[in-house]
Design a protein around this ligand. Sequence first.
Ligand SMILES: O=C(O)C1=C[C@@H](OP(=O)(O)O)[C@@H](O)[C@H](O)C1
Ligand SMILES: C=C(OP(=O)(O)O)C(=O)O
Length: 737
Amino acid sequence: MSFLTGRVLVIGLGLIGGSLARALRLRGTCKTVVGYDRDVDELETGLRLGVVDEIAFDLLAAVEQADLIVLAVPVKVMEFVLADIKPALRPDTIITDVGSVKGNVVRAAESLFGEVPERFIPGHPIAGLEKSGVAAADETLFEHHKVIITPLPHSDPEAVTLVSRMWQGVGAQVLRMDVERHDEVLAATSHLPHLLAFSLVDTLAQEQDCTDIFRYAAGGFRDFTRIAASDPTMWHDVGLANKQAILQKIDEFSNGLSRLRSAIESEDSREMLGIFTRAKASREHFTKILSGSAYTQNMTTTETTFFAQPGGKVQGSIRAPGDKSISHRSIMLGSLADGVTEVTGFLEGEDSLATLQAFRDMGVVIEGPHQGEVKIYGVGINGLQKPPRPIYVGNSGTTIRLMSGLLAGQSFDSELSGDDSLSKRPMERVAKPLRLMGAVVETGENGCPPVRIKGGQQLKAINYEMPMASAQVKSCVMLAGLYAEGETSVIEPAPTRDHTERMLRGFGYQVGVDKNKVSLSGGGSLSAAKIDVPADISSSTFFMVAAAICPDSDITLEHVGINPTRIGVINILRAMGSNLELLNEREVGGEPVADIRIRYAPLKGINIPEDQVPLAIDEFPALFIAAVCAEGETVLTGAEELRVKESDRIQAMVDGLKVLGADIEGTPDGAIIRGSEMGGGIIESHDDHRIAMSFTIAALRAKGAIEIRECANVATSFPNFVELAQQVGIQVRKEEK
Ligand SMILES: O=C(O)C1=C[C@@H](OP(=O)(O)O)[C@@H](O)[C@H](O)C1
Ligand SMILES: C=C(OP(=O)(O)O)C(=O)O
């Protein structure tokens, strides 16, 4: 292989310097790795252990011959070493360092050279161990770790590239940052936790009976204080080198700790739970950021692929996770209510979790979710606080549209944004009626997210005739109506899901319904309620269709919400000839619920009545699969709304089914689907959860295996889909990269 450079001189053969030297050597990144250290014993150990090719005793001679110099000395020593090597430095030699503070290194170089040399590229590998010394050198230390480089505006691009490639060559991921930003970020994420660990252990060690404290200290103490065993000199130096940023973080932390202290002193449970639940949520969110999944901004989500084997049948009894629409609304109304709302059966999917996080960001204390249980400490209709940053709602259309209405009535400004798919969905449909109410709302390019809302507007009631059948638009206007003067009403062109109306009533808020018109007056209040979220009929649909298309299938879906505004799928499947029974019908917290048993029966194609479309709007991807497995032709019309969901669902289904060889044609507002055989193939789900799950069940009737790409978003509505599918007999497995 070709070498990246000739001679690399590593000054300082400690853990970091030694590990880098060894990694460079073993990977053949350069011709020769030379080590220098003031401690001759360390140096000789380095040579003996094969950490370096050569060792140098004459620093200046070694510097003169070096093509790349890595300063791996303690931060405080950096300026003295720079002064030592200056006389022998060649102008073409590249220098970098590994110090965990960058401002002091840059200042030292400036005072010594007038300005930082063009070929000095400051760097900081975020890797380490509590061990020190060259004997601990580990060539894998930097693999999958981040290295931050902080080039200056006048840095030589060739030197920047070479330093980056050196780190990439030893397995690290290289990021760039400003010097100041680096020091601020590191003060918070590394320096403060280390100093706290030292301080905690030191404080406890000074207590008289400290032996007992340490003897009985279990996991928590050990986890928290692991880093107090780090190198004291190094942390002394870091403490001084990054003094200003660290002092700032210590002050912020001290304020936080004082708030917790007073909450405990005054037994303020809400404040305490607020601190703990926010911290727990952030910690979990942070773990997801690290793993690159969930509703994190600008993160590449894990690549998830489903592999479904052909054939099989489904049998058994299962409960799909909680209804997504009801879960969203439980958080919203629970937060605005007076008192504590307890929710069971909450959907722990990314969409409803995005709503939950948004309300936490607005100061609402929310415990859970834990096994579907959530406890919301309502702040009252006017109790929301300005969120500290724009609200990020991931993939969730329901969150962004409903919250736009709610935020339009607040006293503070806000901004809502989402992932790539959400950023292509139309938002003017909510912005327009809100503006008619006097709200100040801006949407992004082409009327898509972000949605920016100016607070402090007195809203006035409107009588809004909705141009499309959308429960999200209806709910948005109603939520804004809570803050408007007068009676707001919405007229729908066709009935859409009425969970907002039902739940508002459940919270004691009056809502009028007169044929296709719903109305409410602003200025009221909500009282906390108990909410039992039924299983989502939209998620249950995949298993209903699975049983409907496979001979010998018999499946029962438990505790499914069968709200009349959601049962289009039941009506359509029955019209196609399905053998579907509703058992044990009951009402739970204002919503009708039943167990649905479905057994295989041959299906026939139908013209889907248009009045069923809004009642089955999310179920069409799965119903397309049923139509392919039916005899004859199924025609869908009046469903143009499908084109503006998480993907263009008409196009995604037409394209995918054609790949499998099915007979299907798309039309502007629907599709014509003829009963046909399906083979195997590779399907793009376009990051749309419902497309991914629909093609999984298609495999039951396909002749070949189906590979479905981009399935990570199944977690938005149905996190345990693959497990439940396997449980009832579908041969599918998930691969994550
Ligand atoms: O109000 C809701 O909870 C929803 C309404 C529907 O959207 P539209 O209002 O855009 O039809 C539906 O597709 C979505 O999954 C959830
Ligand atoms: C359209 C959907 O959801 P949302 O609009 O909330 O993204 C869906 O879940 O199918």
